[in-house]
Design a protein around this ligand. Structure first.
Ligand code: FES
Length: 106
């Protein structure tokens, strides 16, 4: 299990134990983290699972693939550390990962 901390836009903290191989989006939904909508269910086709990866984690999480990059254009207030959380696979190196939920989705 890998620990992930989400900060909702109002600053509420949600720390969850995530199964490796699942996605950061799936764990947000499972734990009712507010602000993650994930309308397409993880198909990289909606951009409503947008999160900001904490600066300390951007390198470990890695860069988005081209398809995700294109879809991110539809997200609200995209920053250099923006990712679609359905495209981040939970793995042991991400233990302690911190992500923040934007003010709103697309
Ligand atoms: Fe739709 Fe991530 S859930 S793009």
């Amino acid at each position: 299990m890998t620990k992930i901390t989400y900060f909702a836009h109002d600053g509420t903290e949600f720390t969850v134990e995530a199964e490796d191989g699942s996605t950061v989006m799936e764990n947000a939904i499972k734990n009712a983290v507010p602000g993650i909508e994930a309308e397409c269910g993880g198909a990289c086709a909606c951009a409503t699972c947008h999160v900001y990866v904490d600066e300390a984690w951007t390198e470990t999480v890695g860069e988005p693939e081209a398809m995700e990059e294109d879809m991110l254009d539809f997200a609200y207030d995209v920053q250099p550390n923006s990712r679609l959380s359905c495209q981040i696979k939970v793995r042991p190196e991400l233990d302690g990962l911190v992500v923040r939920v934007p003010e709103r989705q697309a």
